[in-house]
Ligand binder design. Structure first.
Ligand SMILES: O=C1O[C@H](COP(=O)(O)O)[C@@H](O)[C@H](O)[C@H]1O
Length: 259
């Protein structure tokens, strides 16, 4: 199993600086090895932690044209809806970097606007399968599951990651790549989400968590004292939790050498 690393930062700014460096280093590695870098985004606070990628040196040094962008979860709504994870990422990140529009794979806008969660999930899974067929996404060993290069995740105060919520059945899905939920405890109710096997096949998984509201769940997930979706996070190569001091405040003291 991939090692689970923890990096605790004194300030959010330091966390954003290190997160940008981590993503840029992996971009260099995968662009050199494959000529492609597949990146999975989530919604929530994550987008604001990526802001240092928009500055020097990365804005000029990163090979943005080789990035391919996917979403680990999406709210079932149109692209211009305030709830849309695509809109959040576009406004705060994607509109500011030269990633070709054809390399950005959002939920189907029409199905999102219609509120058709089941079909939107099926359509997104088809999109992933097409990108596997085109050799843009790799597959994980013989499993056939897609393997993304870097997945950037966040965790809610209840321990959910992507749109896999504690006590909801989606976390147990073993076959589908993308599933849906119509009664999400966090609004909006309708969402689509990568399933756990897909999330855990990624080469590198980052979990970025700030704020004291997340401290109890971060500790429970990392010590496995509660069965939380975020506690099931693994990866092929490594998982790194990026935490600010507040989010790390309930972790065992010996774990928290602050960077
Ligand atoms: O609803 C969602 O919440 C999680 C966590 O968001 P955060 O603001 O607490 O970091 C997010 O990762 C997910 O993509 C989003 O749909």
């Amino acid at each position: 199993m991939a090692p689970v690393k923890r990096r605790v930062f004194q300030t959010r700014k330091q966390m954003a600086v290190e997160l940008a460096k981590y993503a840029a280093d992996l971009s260099t590695k995968f662009c050199k090895e494959r000529g492609i870098f597949t990146v999975v985004l989530s919604g929530g606070d994550l987008i604001s932690w990526l802001r240092k990628l928009l500055e020097a040196p990365y804005i000029d040094s990163v090979e943005w044209s080789k990035w391919h962008i996917f979403w680990v979860d999406e709210r079932v709504c149109g692209w211009d809806d305030a709830d849309s994870n695509y809109k959040l990422a576009y406004d705060g990140f994607l509109s500011k970097v030269p990633i070709p529009a054809e390399n950005i794979y959002a939920i189907d806008n029409g199905l999102g606007a219609e509120g058709n969660a089941e079909l939107a999930a099926e359509r997104y899974e088809e999109c992933l399968k097409q990108k596997v067929y085109q050799n843009i996404i790799r597959t994980y060993k013989s499993s056939g599951f897609p393997q993304f290069d870097l997945q950037l995740l966040g965790m809610g105060p209840d321990g959910h990651m992507a749109s896999l919520f504690p006590g909801h059945d989606q976390i147990n899905e073993k076959v589908k790549w993308v599933t849906h939920i119509t009664d999400s405890p966090k609004p909006p109710a309708k969402r689509i989400t990568f399933t756990l096997p897909v999330i855990n096949c990624a080469s590198y998984n980052v979990m970025a968590v700030c704020d004291k509201e997340q401290a109890d769940s971060a500790a429970a997930a990392l010590t496995h004292t509660k069965d939380l979706p975020a506690g099931r996070l693994t990866a092929d190569v490594e998982v790194v939790w990026f935490l600010d001091q507040a989010a790390a405040s309930k972790l065992p003291h010996s774990w928290c050498s602050i960077l």
